[in-house]
Write a protein that binds this ligand. Structure first.
Ligand code: KG4
Ligand code: ZN
Length: 334
């Protein structure tokens, strides 16, 4: 039997995204980026995000249907991210998905954004989800999860303060780089020396799977007065900061794989766009004999295809949500 066709909406933060997914086939994936709108403020302004979701959502649904070559009658179920995220943003995608579900008499599925990220490597690599250690690194979250099977997740550790992406963005701001800082620092680091500044690897040897990035951020701040005008220190500072983040993320992930006896690592979230993180994960997993799955660039940062994919997996198991179910800005994964 053919997998169901799901139309999914993702509006948890600043990107408005709509996708049509059938099993692990992405029939359409549309994203309206709001980066330019929030850039002057150095971060996401919730009120602006929700207003722009409202403007973007209808044309995006139409564009997704058109590029999938379907009309609403061709959709078997509608899904939306119901948390975690910004309340006023979540409400837009949720309300639209529920309205479409009610008007077409199709089911609605509420999906956890972090589960979308977690399973995105499997969608990307068209692999069946398998027991894995998952590293999820985004702008709002940094966690290591023991994934036993789809829907059965044990949180092994998370950040105690800043998320990795948040640290990239805050350090980018400190260094005068445009928002979001992550991609800028990645780009700058390519011509920098990662050993130029000796930044701390916080909690590297803590013996657990918790993270902390706020001390690293402060270390960057303290080293700023040392840099001399006219000397091109920026690439070195970026590369050294990035190396400190990547070292901790990679080593803790490998340690978690050993701890749980998993032979598969699934890395996801916006920060897995980072070229150094991808490179180091690839190298370390190969050395340890671990299979590594990562999302393609298009599926790394926020998108609706990952939400549609999870919805499809859940729908196949008979799961649906009530259209009266509320959003949950603090929705937990495990
Ligand atoms: O998963 P995502 O799109 O949104 C959240 O759910 O948070 O992640 C966005 C985060 C931002 O903090 C951004 O700076 C970071 O991912 N990011 C990167 C790179 N590309 C995006 N961080 C480091 N290097 C990159 N190349
Ligand atoms: Zn995300």
């Amino acid at each position: 039997m053919q997998p169901s066709v799901v139309l999914a909406l993702e509006t948890s933060c600043d990107e408005t995204a709509v996708a049509v997914v059938q099993g692990n086939a992405v029939l359409a994936s549309e994203i309206a980026s709001q980066i330019k709108i929030h850039q002057p403020y150095g971060g996401v302004v919730p009120e602006l995000a929700s207003r722009n979701h409202i403007v973007n959502v209808k044309p995006l649904v139409q564009a997704a249907l058109k590029s999938a070559g379907l009309d609403l009658n061709g959709i078997d179920a509608f899904a939306a991210t119901s948390g975690p995220g910004l309340a006023s943003s979540l409400l837009v995608g949720n309300t639209v998905a529920k309205a479409l579900a009610v008007s077409t008499r199709r089911p609605f599925l509420a999906i956890n954004h972090m589960e979308g990220h977690l399973l995105s490597p499997f969608l990307s690599e068209k692999a069946d989800p398998c027991p894995s250690v998952a590293l999820i690194v985004s702008g709002g979250h940094t966690m290591i999860v023991d994934m036993k099977e789809v829907g059965d997740y044990e949180l092994l550790g998370r950040t105690r303060d800043d998320a990795a992406g948040e640290a990239f963005d805050k350090v980018g701001k400190m260094l005068g780089l445009p928002y979001p800082g992550g991609p800028e620092i990645d780009r700058m680091s390519k011509s920098g020396n990662p050993d130029a500044f000796d930044f701390p690897r916080s909690m590297l040897h803590s013996g657990d799977f918790a993270f902390s990035f706020s001390g690293l951020k402060t270390s960057v701040l303290y080293r700023l007065p040392e840099v001399v005008d006219g000397v091109n220190w920026l690439p070195d500072m970026c590369a050294s900061f990035q190396e400190a983040v990547v070292d901790v993320l990679v080593e803790k992930t490998i340690a978690a794989a050993k701890h749980t006896g998993k032979d598969c690592v699934a890395a996801s979230g916006g920060v897995t766009c980072n070229s150094r993180l991808r490179g180091q994960l690839t190298q370390r997993c190969a050395k340890e004999g671990l299979r590594l799955l990562m999302p393609s660039h298009a599926l790394t940062t926020d998108n609706a295809a990952m939400i549609g994919y999870v919805a499809g997996l859940k729908f196949a198991e008979g799961f649906t949500s009530s259209v009266t179910a509320d959003i949950d800005p603090n929705l937990a994964l495990a």
